[in-house]
Design a binder for this molecule. Structure first.
Ligand SMILES: NC(=O)c1ccc[n+]([C@@H]2O[C@H](COP(=O)([O-])OP(=O)(O)OC[C@H]3O[C@@H](n4cnc5c(N)ncnc54)[C@H](O)[C@@H]3O)[C@@H](O)[C@H]2O)c1
Ligand SMILES: O=C(O)[C@H](O)COP(=O)(O)O
Length: 335
């Protein structure tokens, strides 16, 4: 019998080999006994129930079923839930914390590709690259450009909405460039902003003074449509809105009206609703550049999420403190 604690995958089965490719799985299996062929999607399944009764570490991912009292009762030895994706909101219940079970998430690892996407889009938007590509296609010529006025990344102001994991990463990535970042976040004070090396502005001032605004707040009742008609109207002519957070933070009717007027442009990795309906004007409007919710971990980036879980398991099981703990207050804030 193995001396390693029993672990169990609970997620969409097809994600297991993507998030835990062989070298990452091997790393995880140095700490725990886990079978990649047994992936819990239904905790009442007899084969799963049997292992769950012995499970000390639950490795969750996208598609994990809800961990309610019945599931937790069936897992009396559970010590930790290690989530190989971002938010635990879809499956975690306060009962997990009440029972003293540790919860960690790879959200910080998932923040990296979103921040990279955002940096790329900020730089492309500054050069008007996306619109230039459309114009070249329409005019079938690359001549007649010369020096393009009104574009360029030198000295451009970038407004970051939310000192979230992703917002902070974006701030770090912007450092080497001649851009001027500013931040808005009602939960950050002047001292913290000073430590981050960024001016802290009220949302309205940030919108008024930014050439590019990038949204990184979570979706909460408070942030729903936080960028609406009034807020968009504050943005200067030619400004660019980037949203990689959640579609519902932006009022899409108001955004479409601004895009139709040709006053603003928008780079959207997330939309409201998702998937974007076939008749959405966002597909065709000049000034709109939409990607299909791909900024988060994709392809080989998924292995970074698995590695984060393997490292967290090792830390916890060798008596270390969790590096990526999720507290109950964070779950309640996200509700
Ligand atoms: N496009 C993608 O593939 C992708 C991938 C990962 C995350 N996301 C989204 O990106 C966003 C940020 O994710 P995260 O993990 O960095 O978030 P997070 O959980 O770290 O964000 C929490 C922080 O947001 C800030 N905040 C809360 N309300 C705010 C408000 N009204 N205005 C400004 N700031 C506010 C607070 O500082 C809070 O601490 C979320 O909406 C998330 O769903 C998208
Ligand atoms: O799809 C996303 O936005 C990210 O990949 C994160 O999603 P999650 O927070 O639900 O894991």
């Amino acid at each position: 019998m193995s001396q390693r604690p029993q672990a169990l995958f609970a997620m969409t089965a097809e994600n297991v080999p993507q998030v835990f490719p062989p070298e990452v799985l091997a790393r995880l299996r140095e700490s725990v006994d886990i079978d990649p062929a047994l992936v819990a999607r239904d905790f009442t399944d007899p084969g799963v129930r049997d292992v769950l009764a012995r499970t000390e570490i639950l490795v969750t991912g996208w598609g994990c079923p809800r961990l309610d009292e019945a599931v937790l009762d069936a897992a009396p030895r559970l010590r930790a839930v290690l989530h190989s994706a971002g938010s635990v909101k879809s499956f975690a219940t306060p009962e997990i914390w009440r029972r003293g079970i540790a919860v960690s998430s790879a959200a910080a690892a998932n923040a990296l590709p979103v921040a990279e996407y955002t940096l790329a889009m900020i730089l492309l938007a500054g050069k008007d690259v996306l619109a230039a590509r459309d114009r070249m296609r329409a005019t079938r010529t690359s001549s007649g450009w010369g020096v393009v006025p009104g574009i360029g990344n030198y000295g451009r102001s970038v407004g970051i909405i939310g000192a979230s994991r992703i917002g902070r990463r974006v701030l770090e990535l912007l450092r080497p460039f001649d851009l001027r970042p500013a931040l808005t976040d009602p939960y950050v004070d002047e001292r913290e902003a000073a430590a981050l090396g960024v001016p802290l502005l009220p949302l309205d001032d940030l919108l008024r003074t930014s050439d590019i605004v990038t949204v990184h707040a979570p979706e909460t009742p408070e942030t729903h449509h936080m960028i609406g008609r009034r807020e968009l109207a504050l943005m200067p002519d030619g400004a660019v809105l980037i949203n990689t957070a959640r579609g519902a933070l932006v009022d899409h009717d108001a955004l479409v009206a601004e895009l139709r007027a040709g006053r603003l442009s928008a780079i959207l990795d997330v939309t409201d609703p998702e998937p974007l309906p076939a008749d959405s004007p966002l597909y065709d409007l000049p000034g709109a550049f939409v990607t299909p919710h791909l900024a988060g971990s994709q392809g080989n980036e998924l292995a970074r999420l698995g590695r984060t879980v393997a490292e967290e398991a090792e830390r916890l099981l060798t008596g270390g403190k969790p590096a990526y703990a999720v507290d109950l207050a964070a779950l309640e804030r996200a509700a």
